[in-house]
Design a protein around this ligand. Sequence first.
Ligand SMILES: [Zn+2]
Length: 51
Amino acid sequence: MAIKFCPRCKSIMVLTKKDGKAVWRCPKCGYEEEANVNGAKLVERTAPARR
Ligand SMILES: [Zn+2]
């Protein structure tokens, strides 16, 4: 699991979920940044609904 530091206050951000997306959130100042998950979870949009 990756670790990211807040650009504002330099404290450790936590990876959380918001609206089904992964976002980095700083517990200190409340800064949020969208985490770009490349490759891992990009399967959903073209999933065929047929059987
Ligand atoms: Zn911060």
